[in-house]
Design a protein around this ligand. Structure first.
Ligand code: NAD
Length: 247
């Protein structure tokens, strides 16, 4: 038995970074995990790490595939919407395609996943939805994160709205807002900046008053709390885990 024993959990973007750390944390606490990602080799290596992790390729930008997956699965107790895309630049650097892509991956995906999973939760009168937002959102203006921050503010809005609509029917919906976390995609952002990579790593670390990056496991610990019944009294809340960045 564990903190999530008996719970069936669906995760997106579970192949790497925060999603992967969370899939492992959930499985270790007794959940039956369906880990999804677009990267099938990342999923295969994840499945080898724990026997209660099943995997399926899912691109969150394909609503038909989302519906088919949910229809073919046992009902879910927990949905962790982790998939997200970081567009870099100010409004002047953002074209329509970058703006659209940001909303398709970060926001439309959550609309479709929440809508697909909710009926099963409502039928059984229980469920916890966890949506990945960011401190770069309605919480804080961050340079060169124009489209990204707009999408993550939208995630906060849709989270609070779902929480308000279903609070009396046993379904909770919360958002997680991390500061800067050490994940593969952060490494890509550092490399994309070019020049002195060590200096870029330092400046990402120094954004947090704690002077360091977050670890994926530190975000997974919060997701684990929100997935478990320990958090039964919190819904529609914005859970910040950011090394003091937004303070
Ligand atoms: P990551 O790059 O480490 O992992 C991302 C995973 O998403 C990869 O396995 C990738 O294959 C998968 N993916 C990409 N496009 C997908 C799609 N269309 N459908 C399904 N899966 C897809 O990412 P991360 O840094 O752990 O970020 C996870 C989430 O956390 C994102 O929503 C991100 O915005 C958010 N976040 C990250 C940070 C950070 O500093 N890393 C901070 C705040 C919020």
């Amino acid at each position: 038995s564990g903190r999530l024993s008996g719970k069936h959990v669906l995760l997106t973007a579970a192949g790497a970074g925060i999603g992967r750390a969370t899939a492992l944390a959930f499985a270790r606490e007794g959940a039956k995990v369906l880990a999804t990602d677009i990267d099938s080799s990342a999923l295969n290596s994840l499945a080898k790490e724990h026997s209660s992790i099943a995997t399926q390729v899912l691109d969150v930008t394909h609503p038909d595939n989302i519906e088919a997956l949910v229809r073919a699965s046992d009902p879910f107790d927990v949905l962790f919407n982790c998939a997200g895309y970081v567009h870099a630049g100010s409004i002047l650097d953002t074209d329509d395609a970058g703006w659209r892509r940001s909303f398709t991956i970060n926001v439309d995906s959550m609309f479709h996943l929440c809508k697909a999973v909710l009926p099963g939760m409502l039928e059984r009168g229980k469920g916890s939805i966890i949506n990945m937002a960011s401190v770069a959102s309605s919480i804080k203006g961050v340079p060169n994160r124009f489209a990204y921050s707009a999408t993550k503010a939208a995630v906060i809005g849709l989270t609070r709205s779902i929480a308000a609509d279903f609070v009396a029917r046993g379904v909770r919906c919360n958002a997680i807002c991390p500061g800067t976390v050490k994940t593969p995609s952060l490494g890509e952002r550092v490399r994309a900046l070019g020049g002195d990579e060590a200096a870029h790593w330092r400046s990402f670390a120094e954004r947090q008053p704690m002077g360091r990056l977050g670890e994926p496991e530190e975000i997974a610990a919060l997701a684990l709390y929100l997935a478990s019944d320990e958090s039964a009294f919190t819904t529609g809340a914005i859970h910040i885990v950011d090394g003091g960045w937004s303070n």
